[in-house]
Design a protein around this ligand. Structure first.
Ligand SMILES: Nc1nc2c(c(=O)[nH]1)N[C@H]1C(S)=C(S)[C@@H](COP(=O)(O)O)O[C@H]1N2
Ligand SMILES: [Mo]
Length: 397
């Protein structure tokens, strides 16, 4: 996770005594200052790391990922526009469904709850999760690894709702808009779209519950789209309107925003511009060492269980291999409970360090279709898809 170069940079800044001043001015990347992270407690949330407070961009500390399911109060928060809903009256809230449909629907929460209820566990992850590790640096929220979580979602199937509305011939795209609004007319409203075939897949739901209770306001009360396996940019919160289109929907947040190079790795040589791009979609395969934490101090000859998580874009984790010697040798970890192909999987690896010193722990996951993780970070201009094998240094005394 941290190269020697990063460590020396951190040390340099500390020695120079400029850390606090730079952090206060907002002029430094959060990623370099573990000790100077700013925490705040927002409504229905526990203390989270603040990237920005208006709009709220709140990151989950890694220690919260010891749990298989991320508690609602711990889940990260990301909004693009400053005008976010802070209260919603279910007596007046309606989900409008229209466009190229036989009927226009105005669904109340009661109506939404009448559709067959679907429940599954799925990783939610921001496209820009881990962006702060890109070199050269890229613009955008400087997340470390905490713009993710594993949540059990319940809601109504999108395809059931669309079939109630009646999809007319010639439909190609479906767009999703929420209650948040741009602060200025020049800022485009946050609207995302899915191709009609994607939008009507079995597992696409409009969720009204997270972990068995109504969504928190910051995570999209009263209902949000869930596109399991895909990045959370599509998981539109506080849904208000769904429109079926006869043309590809390509407004700002679909184009030019949230696009990746149109090639197998979604990457280009660092610092260059891709020739052709496509909308970001499925998540890459990732794994993390969660415990012991980075820089933990362990005792020699005392057994520890290394624990971590692994997930991929909708295909089950086939195996996780672990190294305690910076990648020289690898052994397979044992996998925890299987909560389905969209969930993350915990893994466990017993270890008894025999000699004092510094050890670098690493994990590498492979999914059921053979997708795995690179050893070096791949680069793209928007800072998406980061999934390299991370390094977790620990000390044994
Ligand atoms: N209405 C609305 N929905 C939205 C967004 C937004 O800005 N407005 N941001 C998207 C992005 S980019 C992410 S990463 C997720 C974050 O979901 P969370 O705040 O529940 O963690 O919401 C998505 N849905
Ligand atoms: Mo995001």
């Amino acid at each position: 996770m941290m190269s020697d170069q990063d460590l020396s940079r951190r040390t340099f800044l500390k020695v120079a005594g400029v850390t606090a001043a730079l952090a206060a001015s907002g002029g430094v990347p959060e990623g370099l200052f573990a000790s100077e992270k700013r925490f705040a407690r927002f409504p229905e949330k526990t203390d989270l790391i603040v990237l920005t407070s208006r709009p709220p961009q709140l990151e989950t500390p890694m220690s919260h990922f010891r749990d298989l399911i991320t508690p609602n109060e711990s889940l990260f928060v990301r909004w693009h526009l400053a005008n976010i809903p802070t209260s919603v009256d279910l007596n007046t809230w309606r989900l409008k469904v229209g466009g190229n449909t036989e009927k226009e629907l105005q669904l109340s929460m009661e109506d939404l709850r009448k559709f067959e209820k679907v429940t599954y566990t799925a990783v939610i992850q921001c496209s820009g999760n881990s962006r702060s590790f890109f070199e050269p640096r890229v613009a955008g929220g400087q997340w470390e690894h905490g713009a993710m979580g594993n949540v059990t979602w319940s809601g109504a199937r999108m395809k059931d709702i669309l079939s109630m509305a009646g999809i007319k011939a010639g439909s190609v795209d479906v767009s999703f808009d929420g209650l948040d609004r741009p602060p200025l007319p020049t800022v485009p409203d946050f609207i995302k779209s899915l191709a009609i075939d994607k939008a009507t897949e079995d597992d696409i739901i409009i969720a009204y519950e997270m972990n068995g209770v109504p969504l928190t306001m910051l995570n999209g009360f009263p209902a949000r789209l869930i596109v399991p396996g895909w990045y959370a940019t599509y998981w539109v919160k506080a849904l208000s309107e769904i429109v079926v289109h006869t043309k590809t929907y390509e407004e700002f947040w679909m184009k030019p925003a949230y696009r990746i190079p149109d090639n197998a790795c979604g990457c280009v040589p660092p610092g260059t511009t891709p020739k052709k791009t496509v909308p970001i979609h499925r998540m890459t395969t990732r794994s993390f060492v969660i415990a012991p934490a980075e820089k933990a101090e362990l005792k020699k000859n005392v057994p520890v269980e290394i624990m971590g998580i692994a997930f991929s874009g909708g295909y089950s984790i086939r195996d996780v291999i672990v190294s305690v010697d910076a990648g020289k040798s690898w052994r397979e970890a044992s996998l925890g409970d299987d909560k389905g192909r969209y969930s993350w999987r915990q893994w466990f690896f017993p270890w008894r360090p025999q000699k004092p010193g510094t050890y670098t722990l690493m994990a590498k996951a492979t999914n059921s279709i053979g997708e795995s993780q690179p050893f070096e970070g791949l680069w793209n201009p928007a800072g998406y898809l980061w999934n390299k094998v991370e390094k977790t240094p620990v000390t044994v005394r």
